[in-house]
Design a protein around this ligand. Structure first.
Ligand SMILES: CC(C)(COP(=O)(O)OP(=O)(O)OC[C@H]1O[C@@H](n2cnc3c(N)ncnc32)[C@H](O)[C@@H]1OP(=O)(O)O)[C@@H](O)C(=O)NCCC(=O)NCCS
Length: 174
């Protein structure tokens, strides 16, 4: 299980003892607005942790909790997973943060570390990201990472904006 570190964050694979920090974030309506449209119940977050632990065991990648080094609190989470959670599909990157930690550059900082993991350690040929079409903050993080808009596709029961970069795009930015 791979721990990643950045200047301000430690990214740790989901674990049972992350429940409190993850639920605090996932139960904020603003955080879930463009993801499921409703705050998590405790059961939702517990089920997510169980599902993600299984993915780490099967695949060796999935969701990390973002620990802020200064506070040692969970302030976000992000993933490298397969689009639509189907291993036949290309890899996808994703992120979410506790609302009091938005607009501090944390998503972009974590995104760079997760993308490096996908391209440099997993040798991914490409990396996708999708978001609700009104989720401009998330789309902005995708563009800052170097991804380009590829159109609208239906994923996760929503019409999503699709962004992607390939390996050559990634290497050209290093
Ligand atoms: C999306 C999210 C993770 C971004 O996290 P973040 O740490 O604030 O992102 P960053 O600070 O790295 O970058 C955000 C950028 O978007 C910009 N931004 C923020 N809100 C915006 C908005 N409503 N419209 C356009 N741009 C916006 C910021 O100015 C910043 O750009 P800059 O660095 O050029 O100034 C955070 O907003 C979040 O958790 N949202 C709820 C969960 C979610 O929707 N996750 C994505 C699902 S696809």
């Amino acid at each position: 299980m791979t721990i990643l570190t950045t200047a301000r964050l430690r990214l740790e694979p989901f674990d049972d003892n992350h429940f409190e920090g993850l639920f605090r974030m996932n139960s904020e309506p603003e955080v879930m607005r463009y993801i499921t449209g409703k705050p998590d119940t405790p059961e939702d977050t517990l089920a997510m942790i169980e599902r993600i632990k299984a993915r780490w065991s099967e695949l060796g990648y999935s969701w990390w909790s973002f620990f802020e080094l200064d506070s040692d609190e969970i302030i976000g989470a992000g993933c490298i997973q397969h689009l639509g959670r189907d291993i036949a599909n290309p890899l996808e990157i994703g992120w979410r943060l506790r609302k009091d930690k938005w607009n501090l550059g944390y998503a972009s900082e974590a995104a760079k570390a997760m993308a490096a993991f996908a391209f440099d350690r997993l040798n991914a040929p490409s990396l996708y990201a999708v978001c609700h079409q009104e989720n401009l903050a998330s789309a902005h993080v995708m563009k800052k990472l170097g991804m380009q808009y590829r159109g609208v596709e239906r994923w996760y029961d929503m019409e999503t904006a699709v962004y992607a970069m390939d390996r050559a795009d990634w290497l050209a930015r290093q």
